[in-house]
Design a protein around this ligand. Sequence first.
Ligand code: PA5
Length: 427
Amino acid sequence: MAISLDRSHVTDALHTLDTDRTALDDLALDAHRRVLEGETESPDMLGWRELLLSPDDALLESVIEVASEIRERADVLLCIGIGGSYLGAEAVMDALVPPFSSDGPEILFAGHHLGPDYHTRLFDYLEGKSVYVNVISKSGTTLEPALAFRMARRFLEERFDDADRRVIATTDAAKGTLHDFAIEQGYRRYIVPDDVGGRFSVVTPVGLLPIAVAGIDVRSMFYGAVSEARDFTDADASSAVLQYAADRYAFHEAGYATEVMAVMDPRLRGIGAWWQQLFGESEGKEGKGLFPVVLQYTTDLHSVGQYVQQGQRTMVESFLRIDDADAGPSVSEIDGNADGLNYLAGKPYGFINEKAYQGTAEAHLEGDVPNWTLTLPRLDAEHVGRLLSFYMHAVAVSGTMLDVNPFNQPGVETYKQKMFSLLGKPE
Ligand code: PA5
């Protein structure tokens, strides 16, 4: 079943912007056509789409086989990577690994920041456990994961006779420090294809291996992404993905600056963090792009909700929710009604959450925050795959509409140069 987009809370705002909808739809359709036909900027970076349209089942099965070995032998899989090299896997795990469960190895992350305390305590915590490491870096040279991997290697080598067997390196096919080192050590390797950027790599072994180790039905997730990508092939201007891209563009051109993704379930927060990177790195250049921020409701309604309702009016909002009004425990009736909640007796959490969403969407519209709602019919592997595909296509189209290159991230280099100079890195 498809993901649905409700635009009823953006249409009035779009009318007042006086946009020529036909011209806007044509622009979105043209950008869409350019994505399909490889006429975007950096057309050689559309590999994520190709690998969904021509799935490599042998690769998928190999990932599943290695994942089962790790599931059998490891207490912990340590995933080392930053940015696109970990956010996709974390997003899918957040969505699909049930909270408070302990099926299979614990999956931990490292090298996704430079926090000193985290990296000290992490290796203390790993002591005495059977540890496998998946080091993921397309370039093979990124400082954060390279440092963590140096520590992880030493940790493994000092404790396990089969240390090299416990490392799976996911990196470039032919170049980079990690590639060369993996060859030298005889590590098992997976490839990040040249034509797939980090933030589009969740559908490659970058995401698939950790996701499979987490016990998620990675075939359904991957094929969910495949189905969505195939559906785009004959999408027209009325399709959800193009309407979303076209509306965003209209708001951007009218001076809106921020898009809040409001997730209505904590399991969707990781998807929001992944979306934030996907849109931030793809659109945020040449002074353009909507600044993407993820908020989790109702939690954040008691925090920055005040700002969303009444702060600077330059914000659009996209709700992301699950159609699960009948899910969760129901409120029980109590004698005396001391807490005054009997009016909710018999109502499940999902119902109350749905009303919270509806009330918030209306309140924010009244506060001049136009909002869309994306609804997943259910939160399962297939629909998570579909959602990933939806956003990857949406950003390729919307970046193309903005006339930026959605597949590069030149701005990320600036902090690196300053940091390396301060660290005294040799030329
Ligand atoms: O989306 C991107 O390309 C980036 O976020 C990268 O994934 C991130 O910088 C890590 O790069 P690498 O995988 O080369 O270590």
